[in-house]
Design a protein around this ligand. Structure first.
Ligand SMILES: *[C@@H]1O[C@H](CO)[C@@H](O)[C@H](O)[C@H]1NC(C)=O
Ligand SMILES: *[C@@H]1O[C@H](CO)[C@@H](O)[C@H](O)[C@H]1NC(C)=O
Length: 489
């Protein structure tokens, strides 16, 4: 029994390792670095801003680089400008410049609404967006949040007027992408409005710009003149310039028939921004974002961390298996001591509930630690691969430390792989079918999970009566299920 268990574990482990390295190396193949934009000053610019002080500064920096890199590859006819707070690290600024952007360093605009609104600190400096109006060397600026995913180069936006934005919400325009005409006058007026604490719905750029252009909903729709001339006035942008990623869930494909499908945005759930490895497959579009990352900045920064972590997990798993084998051998020779426990681990040492709690906590921790230490913006294949390897490795340690039955402890891990496959399956006609698929899978998987918990608890229960781990081990295997299962947690 023990041999069979060990062998199947080894096979599982090897198979998994193979898959993992194939996936990882293929995901690694990022295309060569793209060259910076050449030539002289352009008439127009795509701009974004970067400020510090959020818990996710690095992610935004990576996202900005991927977005700007995508625009470079789409060969847009415009400058790329990053409005960076003075606090943005020098080497980040240098990297952005090397990758083709112009960095305009600004002082953070202090947020006067801070006291009135209980907004999160990460939004404190969003009013820096107003600096876009100070870029007066450009005729038009398209101001962007970093969570825009460009499907094509929407340069016709520079033909729009003094201010143009799209309505994702039927009543409130979205400030993740808007066109503006820079103007010193407008800029100073806005700065006055900020220091004068003009009415602001949310204390952020969204509320501020909303009150600056409160009649945008009544303005005409923007259609670029075919002769290429620039328009005057305010316009609404077609939805194709700000396609909310959450629309995608319903149809699992894009269906915005009017206007060019140009830019996807991810305004809804901050924890499911497309750059996080865990966003996919919940958010199918996560892969599209990472395609852009592969094509632009690649994963050079994260690769060493991934390698070190994988190495650590493999070594840990091997050690746990070796020690386990030693223990079994030792037990057979009645030298009963493993991990400082043996017969030696006196019956009274563990109260059953404490032991059960320790086992359940250890299993939970085996999933949490690997998830926590994976760099947040790696490719989902790398992220999930490392997560599965890490949790398998730590579960192996838990199994051997508490001498638990293998299959029940690995059930949540196997169930997790199943869930990933169900979520990632490309065969759904639409989002509703996908929802049904997930529901059915959950219903089918729950009994297995329940069985696994019972098995583990039963094993722990039996353990408290054991005199030696070896007897216990055989006891678990041979005891009729009914007897142990009754003694549930
Ligand atoms: C706007 O102001 C800046 C500096 O305050 C100046 O360099 C620039 O020429 C001005 N632009 C226009 C169009 O007046
Ligand atoms: C371009 O077309 C618009 C109408 O769409 C017209 O008003 C404008 O004068 C034209 N400009 C040029 C340079 O032909």
């Amino acid at each position: 029994m023990e041999n069979a268990g060990g062998r199947s574990r080894n096979v599982l482990f090897l198979a998994f390792l193979g898959v993992y390295f194939i996936v990882m190396s293929s995901a690694q193949l990022s295309e060569a670095a793209y060259g910076p934009l050449k030539g002289t000053q352009k008439t127009n610019a795509y701009a974004t801003m970067l400020y510090m002080g959020t818990p996710r500064d690095y992610e935004f920096y990576v996202a900005a680089r991927v977005m700007l890199g995508t625009l470079v590859r789409l060969q847009v006819d415009a400058d790329l400008v990053v409005i960076a707070s003075a606090t943005v690290p020098q080497h980040w600024q240098k990297t952005l410049i090397d990758e083709g952007a112009k960095v305009v360093v600004v002082n953070d605009i202090q947020n006067p609404y801070k006291a009135e609104h209980h907004f999160e600190k990460r939004f404190e400096f969003t009013l820096n967006k107003v600096y876009a109006w100070s870029l007066t060397e450009y005729q038009r600026v398209v101001m962007l949040d970093v969570d825009n995913l460009f499907l094509r180069a929407p340069d016709e936006l520079f033909q729009c007027g003094q201010f143009c934005a799209a309505f994702i919400n039927p009543c409130i325009f979205h400030t993740g992408l808007f066109v503006l005409q820079p103007s010193n006058e407008t800029f100073s007026n806005m700065m006055l409005d900020i220091s004068g604490r003009k009415a602001n719905r949310d204390g952020l750029d969204q509320g501020f710009l909303g009150s600056q252009f409160s009649d945008l909903l009544d303005r005409p729709m923007f259609y670029p003149p075919v002769n290429g001339s620039r328009l005057d006035g305010l316009f609404r942008l077609p939805l194709g310039y700000q396609m909310d990623a959450s629309f995608f869930y319903l149809k699992l494909k894009w269906r915005i028939p009017c206007g060019p499908n140009s830019v996807i945005t991810f305004p809804s759930v901050p924890m499911l921004k497309p750059w996080y490895w865990w966003s996919w497959p919940t958010l199918p579009l996560g892969l599209s974002w990472h395609e852009k990352r592969v094509a632009t900045i690649g994963y050079e920064t994260e690769t060493p961390v991934l390698i070190v972590e994988s190495f650590f997990y493999v070594v840990t798993m091997l050690l746990a298996m070796i020690i386990r084998q030693r223990c079994v051998a030792a037990e057979k020779n009645s030298i009963k001591s493993c991990f400082g426990r043996g017969p030696c681990a006196e019956k009274k040492l563990w109260y059953p509930w404490a032991l059960k709690l320790a086992v359940l906590a250890s299993v939970a921790i085996s999933f949490l630690i690997p998830a926590y230490v994976i760099p947040t913006t790696v490719h989902p294949f790398m992220g999930w691969g490392l997560f599965l390897l890490g949790s398998l490795s730590l579960l192996t340690v838990v199994i051997n430390m508490f001498q638990l039955p293998v299959l029940p402890v690995l059930t949540p891990w196997i169930g997790g792989i199943g869930a990933l496959l169900v979520l990632a399956s490309p065969f759904y006609k639409n989002g509703i079918m996908r929802g049904v698929g997930i529901g059915v899978y959950t219903a089918l998987a729950t009994p297995f999970l329940w069985w696994a918990i019972q098995k583990v608890c039963a094993a722990v229960n039996v353990r408290t009566h054991w005199d030696s781990p070896l007897m216990a081990w055989t006891g678990v295997r041979s005891e009729p299920a009914s007897e142990t299962v009754m003694k549930l947690c």
